[in-house]
Design a protein around this ligand. Structure first.
Ligand code: ARG
Length: 589
């Protein structure tokens, strides 16, 4: 299906032609087109261009206006204020544009990016043998949406779930399991996620208790870490049990989140074990890293601790052990040289920003990152409780992600049940929709503010039908489906010959802007821009529906068909946009 030229691109082309006729010497003249409240579009670029050409802006604007070809797309163009251009689009052009989008059911005429590349995205990275908490929610939700957005623009996306599956605590766990071999044995083949977590939790607590109280066990546990890193087969097999058990749990949480995580994309810290020694050797030989008190370190001029002394990135500890940084540096080598990434995105808590700053700078010095390969931390803020403090349980513990999701689903289910006043839904349907609404609410609350900001986790607000929530958007979608069903034999059809109501024009112009919104949200890794767009789309639909009767009272057939068409393309845009955020749009609510 061919992509559709957006109205703003058409206007841009018309203006550029007129501009180069008026200013033949300017090599690139951007009219700076914006959507505006005063007209359909406003061009503010004339002022700067006039300044450059030492011309009077109003005169230049008038000259440009006289050069613009009006008729097909631009109905009207006039000079306003000191030299702005106000542009009105022809009704016919709006309807024809939407009709072309409507014909492309899959992509609504949204073009692919011009130069797609390969992006490796590091997201949804919980830790083995540990509960998932709200921080893991953000990484998963934001990461998944960025994946959808990038793939939609044609980018080749490689997903990497850099799970915490390596490190000293595994010595303790493995040693304990080795001494108590039946603790992870399953009676039945089917282990649920919750069961898997409670097994791990029990084991972790018991191992920790022994480790803290039994010196001999402690020594055995420490030896186990060495065995693990050396690749002793028996130790590795024990370790694998922990990883497998944890994955059962992770998959159950991701399933609850309605998110597809694929096993081959899970490449945890352990996956880079074989590269660690070489990474250190390369850094030391090139002089990027130096030995300092036995440790292999990288120093930075601008990174100092509170005492004014430089804080290094430690690549290898003085006892020979490798840590988080060595793993991340090895992962960069893998992503650049094996996966051939052009961009690497890390969806990780802002509290790890210093770590990534140092890791990226080190990789740049080593020549692994450069102008052709960029690394970027898509840093996210903290999830706060209603009181504005980091989200904790009443007992002051970190909130388990599953508890939070279950509560969201419960609340949403209650809302769905309450709304179903005529008892049309079966219990099963209520449960299914409750999950879609509840999970959608949690995702939307996370995605609708820009990632780097903290946000309050407030379930009452999240499942509210009024305001900037996913439920509001889901209802808008379901309402349109119900309108389409009620219309019976009258089917959606575009009628470009009809004059449009103001509310129809506003809605139509916004539907057209979907393509540029998606392009911008993808290029900036900013799902919140898409969320804001969708909220406005639903609001514009609401005012259209208030002002322009679609089926009751029934307007003349052509108007009814055209309004159904406007409704339907709004619904398709909502559906597509929500899918890019990872949120479902049920047909009925
Ligand atoms: N597992 C880490 C955590 O829970 C996040 C890993 C982030 N990714 C990375 N390449 N370091 O905090």
């Amino acid at each position: 299906m061919a992509s559709v030229t957006s109205l703003s691109d058409s206007v841009q082309q018309h203006l550029a032609t007129a501009l180069s006729a008026a200013l033949p010497d300017a090599d690139s003249a951007d009219p700076l087109l914006r959507r505006s409240d005063r007209a359909d579009f406003q061009a503010n670029g004339i002022l700067a261009l006039a300044k450059k050409a030492k011309a009077n802006p109003r005169e230049l604007a008038t000259q440009v206006v006289s050069q613009v070809v009006t008729g097909d797309v631009i109905k009207d163009i006039e000079v306003s204020g000191p030299g702005f251009l106000n542009i009105t689009i022809a009704d016919r052009a709006i309807t024809e544009n939407l009709a072309a989008r409507y014909a492309d059911t899959e992509r609504l005429g949204v073009p692919y990016a011009e130069n797609p590349g390969t992006t490796v995205i590091d997201y949804a990275q919980p830790n083995v043998a540990k509960e998932m908490h709200v921080g893991h929610l953000r990484s998963a939700v934001i990461g998944d949406s960025v994946v959808q957005l990038l793939e939609f623009t044609g980018e080749n996306v490689v997903r990497r779930h850099h799970i915490g599956d390596w490190g000293t605590q595994f010595g303790m766990l493995i040693q304990y399991l080795d001494e108590h071999p039946h603790e992870l044995d399953h009676k039945a083949a089917e282990v649920t996620g919750e069961e898997a977590m409670s097994n791990l939790d029990r084991l972790y607590k018991a191992a920790r208790k022994k480790f803290d109280s039994d010196e001999e066990f402690k020594t055995r546990a420490r030896r186990r870490v060495v065995d693990l890193q050396a690749g002793d087969p028996h130790t590795l097999a024990m370790w694998q049990k922990f990883v497998d058990e944890s994955k059962i749990y992770f998959f159950s949480v991701f399933e609850k989140l309605d998110m597809e995580i694929r096993d081959p994309d899970i490449v945890g810290e352990s996956g880079y074990n074989d590269m660690l020694a070489e990474t250190c050797r390369l850094l030391e030989e090139s002089g990027v890293a130096v030995r300092s008190e036995g440790a292999l370190c990288v120093f930075f001029d601008d990174i100092k601790g509170p005492d004014g002394n430089p804080v290094p990135l430690i690549v290898q500890k003085s006892d020979g052990g490798y840590g988080y940084a060595a793993t991340d540096l090895s992962a960069i080598r893998d992503r650049v040289f094996n996966l051939k990434a052009n961009s690497i995105i890390y969806v990780v808590d802002a509290r790890q920003s210093l770590h990534f700053k140092m890791v990226f700078e080190t990789a740049r010095r080593a020549g692994w990152l450069n102008g052709d390969v960029k690394a970027y931390q898509l840093a996210f803020g903290t999830v706060l409780g209603k009181d504005g403090k980091p989200f904790k349980t009443r007992e002051g513990e970190t909130v388990r992600l599953v508890d939070l999701l279950d509560e969201a689903i419960d609340r949403a289910t209650a809302v769905v049940r309450e709304k179903d006043t005529q008892n049309q839904l079966s219990d099963e349907e209520i449960a299914e929709r409750g999950a879609q609404v509840g999970i959608g609410a949690v995702k939307y609350a996370d995605l609708s503010t820009s990632a780097n900001r903290d946000y309050k986790f407030d379930l009452d607000q999240m499942v509210s039908l009024n305001g900037d929530t996913s439920v509001y958007l889901q209802y808008a979608y379901a309402r349109i489906q119900s309108i389409l069903r009620k219309a019976g034999d009258v089917r959606p059809a575009a009628h470009p010959e009809l004059d449009l109501h103001e509310a129809e024009r506003a809605l139509g112009l916004h539907v057209d802007a979907f393509a540029e919104t998606v392009a911008e949200a993808a290029a900036e890794y900013a799902p919140h821009k898409l969320a804001a767009y969708l909220y406005q789309l639903a609001s514009l639909f609401t005012s259209f529906y208030d002002k322009c009767p679609v089926i009751k009272p029934q307007p003349p057939k052509d108007i009814a068909e055209n309004r159904l068409f406007l409704s339907d393309i709004t619904a398709r845009t909502l559906h597509r946009g929500m899918a890019l955020l990872g949120i479902r749009t049920p047909e009925r609510l």
